[in-house]
Design a protein around this ligand. Structure first.
Ligand code: HAX
Length: 424
């Protein structure tokens, strides 16, 4: 099988042809209606954009290019990036070539560290990560080629270059943020003969004699890679990218959205909630104690982090994958035991509460507990891990959208006055 670049070059012309035919055949057909409630309600359920990298089914969760995420959980995250971009998993040679690309492009420019070191010591790790990405914008191959002048049909190529450069450097930047922000000592260099995920685990500097932490990081990177095109981070990245902003602008914008407590930050909030429960009840709480604490949270007007979803209506398979990992490798961890118990109790509480359309856990409900067990206890950092993974999906979507010549995003807004006048 060909390298990622060659594979994409071979598939793009036929994809364009397919799209052209589809637009001619069904371009004027309707795929969605929008109610007033949806216009005020975050456009939930409105079909208004295309994303070919993944689909989230309400009743079975994330499917990447036709493959359910549970079937991919043993794969290297690099394989998933190749899959997201091309629709096929790489063979051994293509995987090796991609890992080599990442190793060769992994050096983080010195000025990134100068900027991050100048930030306030109490900056949020997400603000540091996003700054680290944005400050590298001047490296953009897309920007350079665009300024020189290039054909529209070639846009995807420097976009893929930017994507590979950014992905290669992300574990180094993210691990550097961890070591700097939490005073863990010197940065650790990328080891060129190790895979991308193992490098991230190693550069964090967490002791890992058994290799299980490395497995967890690879799993973490695989599970969080993509979740359709309409979620806050993907949608923001897409919108910014649709103005032909380069990958550095678009991905940092998307990740700023991931930093919100209703989105990627939920994993830090979720572990916080689990630890508060344990602190309050001095250890692994009983079912009754969890039930009471869940009600206390709801009655104080807060959400239970890690539960509910805008699209899913079942237990998130990514949560199930983490649960299976925890059961296999750390069944005796009190934090993990609490997560498992919360899963037995909270859905029933949310059902009784009667508000959340989905009472089941999402990906963020369990991941933090596993990281905590291995000594990665700085939970404001967890969304950074999420970001390194989610960058794969955002970048694959950006490259494909450049290849397909997707138009600049510009939906029509209406005013409340317009609704009053026109909707009877
Ligand atoms: N606890 C308490 N109330 C909840 C709830 C939860 N976990 N989930 C939803 N609700 C409430 C909503 O706040 C909303 O209340 P109001 O009508 O008073 O506004 C009501 O139930 C209906 O909401 P919904 O339609 O079921 O959910 P939304 O599509 O509006 O929102 C959210 C989806 C994920 C934002 C929501 O379920 C939530 O806030 N969950 C907790 C935070 C969380 O886990 N976020 C991570 C989601 C996964 C993700 O994106 N990770 O990056």
């Amino acid at each position: 099988m060909a390298t990622l670049q060659k594979k994409m070059a071979a598939m793009i012309p036929s994809l364009r042809e397919e799209l052209k035919e589809l637009a001619q055949k069904v371009g004027d057909k309707k795929i969605s209606d929008v109610t007033v409630a949806q216009a005020y309600g975050g456009m939930r359920g409105v079909k208004g954009m295309i994303c070919d990298t993944s689909v989230v089914y309400p009743d079975k969760g994330l499917v990447i290019r036709g493959i359910p995420i549970m079937e991919l959980r043993e794969r290297y995250p690099e394989e998933i990036f190749y899959l997201l971009c091309t629709g096929e998993l790489p063979d051994k040679a293509a995987l090796k070539a991609l890992q080599k690309e990442f190793a060769e492009r992994s050096t983080v420019p010195k000025y990134v560290w100068n900027v991050l070191e100048a930030m306030p010591k109490d900056s949020h790790p997400m603000a540091m990560l996003d700054t680290g990405i944005l400050v590298m914008q001047k490296e953009s191959e897309f920007k350079k080629a665009y300024d020189k002048g290039m054909k529209k049909t070639d846009y995807w190529q420097p976009m893929l270059e930017d994507s590979l450069n950014l992905l290669a450097k992300l574990p180094g930047i993210a691990a550097g943020v961890y070591r700097l922000r939490f005073k863990k000592g010197n940065r650790i260099a990328y080891k060129k003969d190790l895979d991308w995920g193992a490098n991230y685990a190693r550069m964090l500097g967490i002791t890992d004699k058994t290799g299980i932490f490395t497995k967890l990081i690879r799993l973490y990177l695989t599970l969080h890679c993509d979740h359709e095109g309409g979620n806050v981070s993907a949608n923001t990245c897409h919108t910014v990218g649709s103005a032909l902003s380069d990958a550095y602008y678009a991905v940092s914008a998307g990740l700023n959205g991931l930093a919100g407590p209703l989105h990627g930050l939920a994993n830090q909030e979720c572990l916080n909630w689990i630890l508060e429960t344990m602190k309050k009840f001095k250890g692994v709480p009983t079912d009754e104690q969890i039930r009471n604490y869940a009600w206390e949270t709801l009655n104080s007007g807060k959400v239970i982090p890690g539960y509910g979803h805008a699209v899913l209506r079942v237990t998130d398979p990514r949560f199930s994958a983490f649960l299976a990992f925890g059961k296999e490798y750390l069944p005796d961890s009190p934090v993990f035991q609490t997560v498992a118990k919360v899963y037995d109790v909270v859905p029933k509480v949310l059902e009784e509460h009667g508000k959340a359309k989905n009472p089941w856990p999402n990906v963020d409900a369990g991941s933090g507990a596993l990281l905590y067990h291995f000594g990665l206890k700085e939970f404001p950092y967890y969304t950074v891990l999420f970001s390194v993974s989610r960058a794969m999906g955002m970048l694959a979507q950006l490259v494909l959208n450049r290849a397909m010549g997707t138009a600049i995003t510009r939906p029509k807004s209406v005013s409340t006055e317009w609704v009053k006048q026109n909707v009877k």
